[in-house]
Design a protein around this ligand. Sequence first.
Ligand SMILES: Cc1cc2nc3c(=O)[nH]c(=O)nc-3n(C[C@H](O)[C@H](O)[C@H](O)COP(=O)(O)OP(=O)(O)OC[C@H]3O[C@@H](n4cnc5c(N)ncnc54)[C@H](O)[C@@H]3O)c2cc1C
Length: 257
Amino acid sequence: MSNLLEKTVIDVHHWTESLFTLKLTRDPGFRFENGQFAMIGLMVDGRPLMRAYSMVSANYEDHLEFLSIKVPGGPLTSRLQHVQPGDTILVNKKTTGTLVLPNLLPGRRLWLLATGTGLAPFLAIVKDPEVYDRFDQVVLVHGCRHVRDLVYEDFIRDHLPANEFFGEQARHKLVYYPTVTREDFRNQGRITELVRSGKLFADLGLPHFTPEDDRVMICGNPHMMDELALYLDDLGFDQGSHAGAGHYVIEKAFAEK
Ligand SMILES: Cc1cc2nc3c(=O)[nH]c(=O)nc-3n(C[C@H](O)[C@H](O)[C@H](O)COP(=O)(O)OP(=O)(O)OC[C@H]3O[C@@H](n4cnc5c(N)ncnc54)[C@H](O)[C@@H]3O)c2cc1C
């Protein structure tokens, strides 16, 4: 149990029947880089049941925040979705992950491409003042099935630009492109299709990806991630990791069984 911290639930917000946000107390000793994930969980039958979760809260915030799916019958989330303020959550203090700024080479434009809960690590990144110092533009693309799944839309649109420290930079540099696949909306289609067809770039009035100018972080369902990684490889992009910075980095938003 030495790496496991016991943290208290401060708030639970249910966005939809399948998505919720948890806010927890934070231990001053819990350190991480924006974009990383940790293992969190509950004691079940006397043993910790832990799953990987990306931090939504930035590393300078005094609470911890996580965005969670509710998987029907899922060992952890069928329990986690019922927690209430005051309950205890286990958080492993070892954090890791590839979606961190040092894993990217310098560039002009940062693309954050997320599907579903893959948005979570990018919420920490768009709250990081360093991202606006390092890039001329930051484009956050969030793909979901339904409009109701576009969680944190108000936060991205209204709160970030009003931030007292980096709001002005966010107003000038952050571009948000939500898209859905299963109902009418101003932006429609899968991220992979929007990239391949060029519609994403045409809609935003931005040039197509080039290894010279663009840096890409991808987090989402494993199929879209694999497809986009191959696509970027064909364009001459190199994948970055802790072993060496590259033009793009990827992380699965969940493991398929
Ligand atoms: C690096 C990493 C980071 C992760 N970050 C998050 C996060 O920030 N938020 C989050 O909700 N989950 C995240 N996950 C998934 C998370 O670890 C669990 O799988 C999820 O909480 C479900 O747990 P479970 O025990 O209920 O079901 P599991 O037995 O873990 O999963 C059952 C099945 O549900 C599906 N599934 C699991 N998670 C998701 C998801 N997020 N979106 C869509 N389908 C899913 C998959 O098909 C999976 O095989 C992450 C996974 C990895 C590998």
